[in-house]
Design a protein around this ligand. Structure first.
Ligand code: BGC
Length: 700
């Protein structure tokens, strides 16, 4: 087995979506799913292309109410390329018998190869080989080649190459009721062997320009321009055994790009000036080589090595050094699909620790994304009656709260209120990431500048969110990382009090702010603020019960779930929230967590770090309590998020080595084996991918 290759043999319609997601090629600026070039969205295939930071908002009617959503836009499909033998149908899914099919992702080189032998209804056998890349060297370029060999026929061979702007956002079945037509066609052109398509997004009005140069030696060309579609067809005469190669070089620009006059002209001149496939490939491999030298993670086992290569590969394709020039955060599901609409959550908390020591220019760029949205976060804090900056749980273009108000339970068919925006801890993740970046770079200018500003504004927010009650600082009405608890079963108002993760991390934050002030001074910070920050390092409230940390105040009073009975009845109970809701019940009644919540503290702070904070807060804490806490939540977590296995694998490896292995296996297999109920086809789980890579490095 070659750990740099991911190979699929045969074609399985049920697994095509996962294959497309896992064979996505990208360069940080844009990414394209590994879809068959001859396919269109049809329920099996989904050729999506996404440009970092290119969002659009549309209003849909949900359960009789207007709901506005912002999506990462599926931009026009540049891949489209197919052929037909004289008198036959265009090759498309289902039109020919597949005799051989092999799909290979080369992660070291960043290329995708497809090899097919097909027989058409007339008995003509044709061999097809395709290679593609999305250039890591020039982020605006992509290329696709196709070699066709007629094995047992002669005659006219026609090739069709197109740019298809009639695509919509329709990659996630659950969202199909929602409006997904984000692209407005502007114009298409075809001249001198180059086709061009210009569209714009419906409400954010970003122009997206694509130009493609298709070359085929000896081919006659006929162009075709329709609304939202530009294609050109070429014909050559072939004899059995001939080899015909067609090359499609593509450039993609948007009106947001720098150093351009306008996007269409930029795409046109880029594609005219670009070299052929071989030249682009050489530069692309060199760029990947440079990246791998900085980010390769090793494991002893070849199969594990292959998975690690795959995960780091997808991480680098989403957060590549090219994002240093862009204004983009890290979509939780990569640029690989439409789940969560391309929104940015707290998941960079799992990515930045991995990237900061290796590629700090990328982590800096991700933090700049947050910093540019400080005014919005400040406004949100002010509007809610707080100081500082309140970052949104889900963030998109301008940093406003993008968490939908309703979410759908496919099990019950009901739309339900979504309260996950109460996960205020996202700001703590921003602060943690600032500190990780500082620790990796020791860049005091960063700390004295925008990094410090982020840290301070988040600290101000948490200082104002906390209330001093009987000598302890309490935080009420929030949610922790465990999304299955969004309130108390008997309260009308959502939110929980004194989530241990939020409170302990707030104490951690106050310590770091004071460290920062010690390092770069306290300009603009008042005496009273410093006093408050200091007091919060000593007197944040944390609840305990039965010798363990309580996930939140009142947790001890919840009922125990009959885990065995639910496992027996439902098998996979990761989505316990959906199961209980469909039964007319709610996880809020039970000691049952979706994912690591209290255990996140061990993951981020380590045993010593947690000990320092809890004892600093004046609580009794020791190694036995630490182990008991881990065991307690281990027995009460159903791992409904891919992040959970990663955290458990790491924490258990240190505290309960015997129990860690199954979580490590799960964390490794999350996306390759699509463990989270078929969600990989809707996009990779980037936080989990980076988190696993981080674990391995720590281990080997
Ligand atoms: C998890 C969150 C995560 C989000 C995006 C959810 O399922 O519970 O912690 O941020 O997915 O990855």
């Amino acid at each position: 087995m070659n750990p740099w290759l991911l190979t699929y043999d045969g074609f399985d319609p049920a697994r095509e979506g996962v294959r497309e997601a896992l064979t996505t090629l990208g360069n940080g600026y844009f990414a394209t799913r590994g879809a068959a070039p001859e396919s269109q969205a049809d329920g099996v295939h989904y050729p999506g292309t996404y440009v970092a930071g290119c969002y659009d908002r549309l209003v849909s009617q949900v359960a009789g109410h207007p709901v506005e959503n912002e999506d990462l836009v599926n931009v026009p499909n540049w891949l489209f390329l197919t052929f037909r033998a004289e008198g036959g149908d265009w090759f498309a899914p289902g039109t020919a018998e597949i005799l051989t099919y092999r799909h290979t992702l080369d992660m070291r080189q960043g290329t995708l190869t497809r090899f097919l032998r097909i027989r058409d209804p007339q008995g003509r056998v044709t061999r097809v080989e395709q290679h593609r890349l999305v250039s890591m060297d020039d982020p605006h370029l992509a290329a696709l080649t196709m070699t066709i060999v007629p094995e047992n026929w002669d005659g006219a061979l026609e090739i069709r190459s197109a740019l298809d702007g009639r695509v919509t956002n329709a990659g996630v079945a659950r969202y199909r009721e929602l409006e997904g037509r984000h692209l407005v066609p502007i114009c298409g052109h075809a001249a001198h062997g180059v086709i061009e398509l210009l569209t714009r997004t419906a409400t954010s009005r970003v122009e997206i320009a694509l130009a493609a140069r298709t070359t085929l030696a000896g081919g006659r060309c006929r162009a075709d321009v329709e609304e939202g579609w530009v294609g050109d067809d070429r014909t050559v005469e072939v004899k059995a055994g001939d080899e015909v190669t067609v090359e499609k070089i593509v450039a993609l620009y948007t009106s947001r790009d720098r150093a351009i006059s306008e996007s269409e002209a930029a795409a046109r001149s880029a594609v005219v000036r670009a070299g052929g496939f071989a030249t682009l490939l050489k530069r692309h491999i060199r760029a990947w080589d440079r990246l791998w030298r900085r980010a390769h993670v090793t494991a002893q086992d070849t199969e594990v090595q292959q998975i690690l290569n795959l995960y780091v590969f997808h991480l680098l394709q989403t957060a590549s050094p090219h994002i240093a020039e862009l204004d983009t955060g890290l979509p939780a599901r990569g640029l690989h699909g439409e789940a969560y609409r391309g929104h940015v959550f707290w998941d960079d908390l799992f990515v930045i620790p991995f990237l900061a020591p290796r590629l700090p220019e990328i982590t800096r760029a991700l933090l700049r994304y947050r910093w540019r949205r400080l005014p919005e976060a400040r406004w949100a804090a002010r509007a809610a009656g707080y100081a500082g900056a309140m970052f949104p749980w889900q963030s998109g273009s301008d940093g406003r709260e993008e968490t939908p108000r309703l979410h759908f339970n496919p099990r019950s068919g009901r739309w339900l209120p979504d309260r996950s925006h109460l996960q205020r801890h996202v700001g703590l993740a921003v602060a943690f990431n600032v500190w990780q970046h500082y620790q990796a770079t020791k860049d005091t200018a960063f700390l004295a500048g925008f990094g410090g500003e982020l840290l301070l504004e988040v600290a101000r927010f948490f200082a104002s969110l906390a209330t001093c009650e009987k000598g302890r600082y309490a935080i009420r009405g929030v949610m922790g990382p465990d999304e299955y608890h969004d309130g108390y079963p008997d309260h009308a108002e959502p939110g929980l009090d004194n989530n241990a993760y939020t409170n302990v991390m707030t104490a951690w934050l106050m310590r770091r702010v004071l460290d920062m002030i010690g390092l770069v001074g306290a300009e603009g910070v008042g005496e009273q603020e410093i006093e408050l920050f200091t007091a919060m390092t000593r007197r944040m409230r944390v609840d305990f019960h039965e010798g363990v940390i309580s996930q939140f105040e009142g947790y001890a009073g919840l009922e125990e779930l009959d885990w065995a009975a639910y496992r027996k009845k439902y098998g996979d109970i990761r989505r316990l929230d959906r199961i209980l809701e469909a039964e007319g019940d709610t996880p809020n009644r039970y000691k049952a967590s979706k994912q690591a919540d209290v255990l996140m503290l061990f993951h981020l702070l380590g045993e010593e770090g947690l000990d320092e904070i809890l004892t600093g807060l004046g609580y009794e804490w020791n190694a036995t309590m630490a182990k008991d806490t881990v065991d307690y939540y281990l027995a009460r977590t159903c791992h409904g998020s891919t992040l959970s296995a990663v955290v458990h694998a790491g924490v258990l490896a240190r505290l309960r080595p015997g129990a860690s292995h199954p979580f490590l296996v799960e964390a490794l297999n999350n996306d390759v084996r699509d463990l989270q109920a078929g969600t990989t086809s809707e996009g990779i789980h980037l936080g989990a991918m980076a988190g696993v890579a981080g674990l391995f490095e720590a281990k080997t």
